[in-house]
Design a binder for this molecule. Structure first.
Ligand SMILES: Cc1cc2nc3c(=O)[nH]c(=O)nc-3n(C[C@H](O)[C@H](O)[C@H](O)COP(=O)(O)OP(=O)(O)OC[C@H]3O[C@@H](n4cnc5c(N)ncnc54)[C@H](O)[C@@H]3O)c2cc1C
Ligand SMILES: *[C@@H]1O[C@H](CO)[C@@H](O)[C@H](O)[C@H]1NC(C)=O
Ligand SMILES: *[C@@H]1O[C@H](CO)[C@@H](O)[C@H](O)[C@H]1NC(C)=O
Ligand SMILES: *[C@@H]1O[C@H](CO)[C@@H](O)[C@H](O)[C@H]1NC(C)=O
Ligand SMILES: *[C@@H]1O[C@H](CO)[C@@H](O)[C@H](O)[C@H]1NC(C)=O
Ligand SMILES: CC(=O)N[C@H]1CO[C@H](CO)[C@@H](O)[C@@H]1O
Length: 475
């Protein structure tokens, strides 16, 4: 308490010596600053000194670099913004908020005879693969956002020039990715907002603050102070959507697609990579088939009459040895909605996150098995797998343990079985033996399961193989 009151006195005397003829607005801001200073202290609330001067003069537009705010608040968290806003509101003080400082509107990001809330100490950027969410604090500039996220394979729909800040979002935001993903603010998932009274709320598209959430996509600084932005990584969602639409719609035997979400994991750090391998055995891409993929930033396609060898050598050879490898299979019918794909992705990313210290690689891959393929097989007498007409996506969940790890921990084993339950195959769609977990009963999902069992009984009536060699269960 003692140190607080000292700060308060020091602060008050500085203000009085500056504001020789106090007007109503200076009185209000002096009172607000005094109270905020007594609450937050002189490191966070400043009215002179090097940091004060740099912040007061740092705005991009010279008009906004000449004001002398009564005090500048440098919050470290939402609570500091709440404390500042509570006092500003209580004393009817003028105020302004500055994030990246790039407003060219005089007075929008600074204030004379008022409180400036300056976000230079709230600049965190992070990506959480388990929720596929990018989190930004308001003081970060887009250049830093990209520097931090690019190595993680994540692209937010953000600004076009590196020095601009997050205020861009509050005006809607036009990004290089906007043609495909909308305004930058269309990617919001959740916002932490300090309301004019100082109350902190979380606004999402569906909660009681949905109206506020919408207003902050273009409403600028009028609705509250955003202290945290949560964003989606547009592209993984777009790839999942496009994959589900491809499986549902495409009937062209010349089109080939393999979609892989890859998590490379080194010492517990996850680097996501999305690989879309698309081929078309023709001289032009037919409209409609790959358009949705080609609109996704970073996606590339191969358009050429292809030899089988060309395609077969377009992936790495898969010759890495020395680690425990685990497969698992699921399968999604043509009628599964996008949400089923998104669920698979969310469970897959959760698994990576939980077992990050035991894994070096985690992959979720989709191979469409569509009507042309099923019909081509049937013309050649079909297989015992006997998939129904309609088509589906073969879903592969494959993982590599950290090199040298020679057994599977009980936790990983339980987690793997949970993952397979969380990403179940559609009823009536066969699992793929070559990509299964050895505990999965693949045969049971075959269209011709009873025929398979009869044939087994015929060729191995004493069930010698079931007893003496390891292999698929279910016979
Ligand atoms: C060189 C340059 C390039 C630009 N490029 C683009 C572009 O590619 N796309 C585009 O859409 N726009 C672009 N703009 C415009 C830019 O988006 C706006 O000027 C935007 O307001 C800048 O945000 P900021 O955080 O840098 O600025 P600031 O001046 O700090 O903030 C701008 C406004 O938002 C308010 N504000 C900022 N953060 C918060 C917050 N957390 N809570 C409440 N209010 C807040 C401020 O009070 C101010 O009114 C560009 C501007 C410049 C100068
Ligand atoms: C702030 O302004 C309102 C009216 O807008 C007034 O009722 C209130 O008394 C003022 N508060 C202070 C501390 O001046
Ligand atoms: C993906 O599809 C869902 C459901 O149709 C939709 O709400 C969402 O906006 C789509 N996302 C993208 C990035 O296309
Ligand atoms: C591409 O089409 C040609 C001509 O129809 C065919 O001979 C060739 O086998 C096809 N290649 C692949 C990889 O399907
Ligand atoms: C994430 O994985 C862990 C470990 O398997 C599990 O306990 C948890 O329920 C999973 N969470 C989700 C949301 O799937
Ligand atoms: C995890 C994930 O899906 N990341 C994607 C984010 O966006 C970029 C491209 O914009 C993709 O390449 C990443 O794979």
């Amino acid at each position: 308490m003692f140190s607080f009151s000292l700060l308060f006195l020091a602060f008050a005397s500085i203000r009085i010596s500056r504001a020789k003829l106090p007007t109503a607005s200076t009185q209000a801001s002096v009172a607000a600053c005094a109270e905020i200073s007594s609450t937050l202290g002189s490191v966070i609330v400043q009215s002179l000194g090097v940091e004060y001067t740099l912040a007061a003069s740092g705005a991009w537009d010279l008009f906004n670099a000449q004001s002398q705010p009564t005090c500048i608040v440098f919050p470290r968290n939402s609570g500091h913004v709440q404390a500042a806003m509570t006092s500003i509101f209580k004393f009817n003080s003028s105020y302004a908020v500055q994030a990246g400082g790039h407003s060219a509107m005089e007075g929008w990001n600074t204030v004379q005879n008022g409180v400036l809330i300056h976000f230079s100490h709230m600049t965190d950027v992070s990506y959480n693969p388990s929720t596929d969410t990018i989190t930004l604090q308001p003081g970060v500039h887009w250049g830093n956002v990209y520097n931090v996220l690019e190595p993680q394979g994540v692209a937010p729909v953000g600004g076009r020039q590196g020095d601009v800040g997050t205020g861009l979002l509050l005006g809607g935001g036009l990004s290089f990715l906007s043609p495909a993903y909308g305004f930058a603010s269309d990617s919001y998932k959740a916002l932490h907002v300090v309301l004019v009274t100082g109350q902190l709320v979380t606004a999402t598209a569906t909660n009681q603050y949905a109206d506020l959430f919408r207003a902050l996509k273009g409403g600028g600084n009028r609705f509250g102070i955003v202290t945290r932005y949560e964003f989606g990584n547009a592209s993984s969602e777009a790839v999942l959507n496009a994959t589900s639409h491809y499986v549902r719609d495409v009937q062209d035997p010349k089109a080939v697609l393999l979609v892989s979400f890859v998590h490379l994991i080194v010492a517990g750090l996850i680097t996501p990579i999305t690989m879309v391998n698309l081929y078309y055995n023709g001289t032009t891409f037919p409209t409609g088939i790959f358009d949705e993929f080609l609109a996704i930033p970073g996606a590339t396609g191969l358009l050429t009459p292809l030899s089988y060898l060309d395609i077969a050598t377009s992936l790495p050879p898969g010759n890495d040895r020395g680690s425990i490898q685990l497969f698992g299979a699921s399968a999604f019918s043509v009628s599964e909605p996008v949400s089923v794909y998104q669920n698979a992705f969310a469970r897959f990313t959760n698994y990576s996150n939980v077992f990050r210290n035991e894994l070096s690689l985690n992959v979720l891959a989709f191979t469409p098995v569509l009507n042309p393929q099923i019909q081509a097989g049937r013309l050649r007498d079909g297989t015992i797998i006997d998939p129904p007409l309609g088509g589906y996506a073969a879903v592969q969940l494959s993982r590599t343990l950290v090199a040298g790890m020679s057994s599977i921990s009980p936790g990983l084993d339980v987690g793997t079985q949970l993952l397979l339950q969380q990403v179940p195959p559609s009823p009536g769609i066969p699992l793929f033996l070559n990509e299964c977990d050895k505990k999965q009963n693949v045969f049971q999902t075959y269209g011709a399961y009873s025929e398979l069992k009869q044939t087994y009984n015929k060729y191995d009536p004493t069930r010698f193989n079931v007893h003496h060699t390891d292999g698929p269960i279910g016979l």
